[in-house]
Design a protein around this ligand. Structure first.
Ligand SMILES: [Fe+2]
Length: 455
């Protein structure tokens, strides 16, 4: 069809421009000094991401797909890869090991100019090979990779001192747009949680190859799994509920923690959720930019280890990936839908706290229009959700040859699936097949949890 390639090119070019704007905005949040800070011990300094986004696009699109000549092999390598230490060895580089901001910005500008010129002149034919530039998959990857890192940068914010932010960057949670029911008043109490019975049925994981829709390698192949009946909480565990666990001595009760979780808790002397602060005047939480009195009706952000300990304390457990999938997309009629609320496109003003509307969480259940067919709230938004499922390939998995390191190295039994979305997740990741994963002792990601009952 004449015109299709042109439409695809302009659509993808517009999406790339949008994604660049999103990540450019992040780097404006920091003072120049703070760019060389490391917000999270296990991650790179922020300056790495400034170079990484362009180096990734250059290495994938510029070099591999378009075959352009390299002009700075050192930067291409320096900024190529993020880190995910599973052996406990933390990075030890110093700020002075990294190039200056101006040098990196020059590299970035040059990459963008060269890529944009080459993309403008390249062949885009959707009828040609899959996963190549021809049908836009390489560009989809560049766009989604960049948007994923927008969230990486966002979840680093609460771990930076207030002095790290540029003037005018700081936004208090109560000044952010949100649902009418939003607010972090200490008195806000959603009341006792309802448990919703989900009858036995099926859940479709993944995406059908050849369906023409973009997905990362771990989203293939489409897999239908039977799910026995179970009962699931209608909303996530709140700070208020988790505070009861803390006050009841949950962190000190060794019987609640599994072997490796216990070792992690002891080694790091973990006594409370990572964003909580205990003061003489009570509990506070560090939000993206400022500390606020503990917002009792927000979902609690914890590691999988802490979520598991809480569930055990309650005599309950965490949902599997398939259970969460069924609660989100299944219906009492036995059909499955594209999103928890139905098949209409995600609208972050109605369906949930996602898509960069807010920096911070909102009270649980504040977007009732986003409830699933079974009446389960916040399944796409207001925090990713931990599952009890080890991140593993779906049947028929084939790694992306041009990006072999995306999923396969993490099929190591040490990473667990999280599903859903946070306030700082782009709406593109709300597709049903998208899977995310982290180590159980990583408390930094915007991840919440809920409990289930059933064998
Ligand atoms: Fe990356």
């Amino acid at each position: 069809m004449p015109g299709t390639a042109v439409d695809l090119r302009s659509e993808l070019a517009a999406r790339l421009a949008c994604a660049r704007e999103r990540t450019d905005m992040f780097f404006e949040l920091f003072t120049p000094y703070a760019l060389y800070e490391r917000a999270i011990p296990e991650r790179h300094r922020i300056v790495f991401y400034l170079g990484h986004l362009e180096a990734f696009d250059w290495n994938l699109l510029g070099r591999q797909v378009l075959g352009l000549e390299e002009f700075d092999a050192e930067f291409d390598r320096l900024f190529a890869f993020g880190i995910d230490p599973v052996d406990g060895h933390l990075p030890a580089d110093r700020p002075e090991d990294w190039p200056g901001i101006e040098q990196i910005r020059d590299y970035n500008l040059r990459v963008r100019r060269m890529l944009d010129e080459a993309l403008d002149a390249a062949e885009f034919d959707p009828a040609l090979a899959p996963h190549g530039l021809e049908n836009g998959h390489a560009l989809e990857i560049a766009v989604e990779h960049r948007l994923m890192h927008a969230e990486t940068l966002a979840y680093m914010l609460p771990h930076l001192p207030p002095g790290a932010f540029a003037r005018g960057a700081v936004v208090r949670p109560d000044a952010q747009p949100g649902p009418r029911r939003a607010g972090y008043a200490r008195t806000g109490d959603p009341g006792a949680v309802r448990r919703i019975l989900i009858p036995a049925g099926k859940a479709t994981l993944g995406l059908a190859r050849g369906a023409g829709r973009f997905g990362w390698d771990n989203e293939f192949e489409e897999t239908v799994v039977p799910v026995p009946s179970f009962a699931i909480d209608a909303r996530n565990v709140t700070n208020r509920e988790f505070l009861e666990f803390v006050r009841a001595g949950g962190y000190a009760d060794r019987a609640l923690w599994e072997g490796e979780d216990l070792a992690w808790k002891d080694e790091h002397d973990v006594r409370q959720p990572v964003l909580w602060r205990r003061r003489a005047d009570g509990w506070w939480q560090r939000a993206s930019f400022v500390e606020i009195p503990l917002p009792l009706d927000w979902p609690v952000q914890v590691s999988l280890a802490e979520a598991r300990a809480y569930a055990r304390w309650k005599g309950r457990r965490l949902p599997t990936e398939a259970e969460l999938q069924r609660a989100a997309y299944g219906t009492p009629q036995g059909t499955e839908r594209d999103y928890p609320w139905g098949d209409t496109d995600p609208d972050p003003t109605r369906h949930g706290n996602f898509g960069f509307q807010r920096w911070d969480p909102a009270p649980v259940g504040a977007y009732p229009e986003g409830d699933s067919a079974f009446g389960v709230a916040d399944l796409s938004g207001n925090g990713w959700e931990w599952t009890a499922s080890v991140f593993a390939p779906l049947k028929g998995f084939e790694r992306f040859e041009f990006y072999p390191g995306y999923s396969e190295p993490f099929f190591d039994g040490k990473h667990y699936v999280i599903k859903g979305a946070s306030a700082q997740t782009d709406r593109v990741f709300l597709r049903r097949s998208f899977r995310n994963w982290f180590q159980p002792h990583y408390p930094y990601v915007f991840a919440a949890f809920r409990c289930v009952d059933g064998d």
